[in-house]
Design a protein around this ligand. Sequence first.
Ligand code: NAD
Length: 477
Amino acid sequence: MALTYTTIAQIKSAHAELQKTFQEQKTLSLEYRRRQLLQLARLFQENDESLCNALYLDLGRHKLEISIPEMGPIVSGAVRTAESLEEWNRPEKPKVEEWRSSWDTTIYAVPKGVALILGPWNYPFVTIMLPLIGAIAAGCPCIVKPSEFAPACAQKLAELFPKYMDSSAYRIVNGAVTETTALLELKWDHIFFTGGGPVGRIVAAAAAKNVTPLTLELGSKSPVFIDAGKTDIELAVKRILWGKQQNAAQICVAPDYILVPREHQDATVEAFKKAYKTFWPHPKGALDSLSEYAAIITPRHHSRLLEFLRRTKGTIVHGGNAEGSKRLEPTVVANVGLDDALMEEELFGPIIPIVPVDDLQQAIQIINERPTPLVIYVFTDSEDTKNQFLRSTRSGTLTLNDTFVQLGVHEMPFGGQGESGYGSYLGKFSFDTFVQRRSYINVPPAAEPFMGLRYPPYTEEAYQALSAPAKIVIPDN
Ligand code: NAD
């Protein structure tokens, strides 16, 4: 599918037009925001089939794997956000000290301005539309750039957007590095980037030039700990394999590697074999023509994954078959060491390394010695294990007893920590990303008798009265 790139001249004129729209306050009224949100929901609901077809062309994903993580969160997210606009935009009246109570202290949620959203190819709708929902809710015009590596999806969005959305405020820009670089040279009021760490650093440097606030949603190696002996291994593995095989594991929140007590490694491998058979009962398993299993995005990425399998010193205990330049079956590799090729970087593909550990303490230590992940997955029934992970590890999310469920929970923030990025989104958190909390204070003339104490000539009496806050009694403990 050929993707039409936006020209640099069109990019500049779109940016100028969006700035004008913002200055004219067109995106400010809640009625306008509501209409745009509902239009976005309609765009996805009414074009479900053609959007799913586009995603199938790009990634070969079954519509169930599109509905759960993409269409559902977008349509319901836009509608639920539209329903929440009044509440989220209501000015807040913070409780202040008694002597300031006549100052009408108020916090207004005001739009930051014109925003830029840059997206990856792996979840080509949801990773750009959920932030866009936040931008619309906040009253920010926005340019959205989908990834050029999912061309059918990017082209479809470019075609549908002008039919549903107000083009003076919401635009799709298409292109690759040249176009993204041109976008990053312009001045924005917020940039929301989802992608890999290396490009994330380029975006952060560009944002820094204009002191532009930035959200970075990056990838990471999300570990899994199976608390064997305190959890049902077969159920744990079934849920891990389900999360891992989504989109052929090209997911930022994919369970990347598995830590399991050494004596339970064999049982874990057997559980993978069993779950695999129930998911793909056909003769050629996941690669069978009857199996619904997504493709690897490019031959280059496919070769990268095969190279990992060639270099690993672990043992391939299940799978390992590849076909053509875009198919690789879920492959379990046991006895993987910490210095193995499979532990070098985010795998972003259907390889499942099992790293045997002595115990829970060693698992925690391994996780803590590595860059902070987006998610830590723990399978356990033990409160103690849960508490140890809560207390002693860091990650964007800690998920117990399931995988790949984070993006569906509209009420919770989703985002990274440390090297997996900063900032967050989903529901109200997306709205928060695109608003500035503007403080408003009105000190009435009637407060003058007290305020009069601050003017020169300074007196000891004024000093004593005004320095009282520094002299309050500090509690013993
Ligand atoms: P990527 O970083 O290669 O590309 C992301 C975007 O950056 C694309 O729009 C691309 O056009 C643009 N880009 C690429 N090179 C650029 C350059 N040199 N200068 C400026 N812009 C450039 O990421 P990807 O391969 O599309 O996506 C995979 C990565 O995204 C994985 O690491 C994955 O974990 C991560 N990801 C994270 C999340 C999350 O929510 N944290 C979600 C999905 C994907």
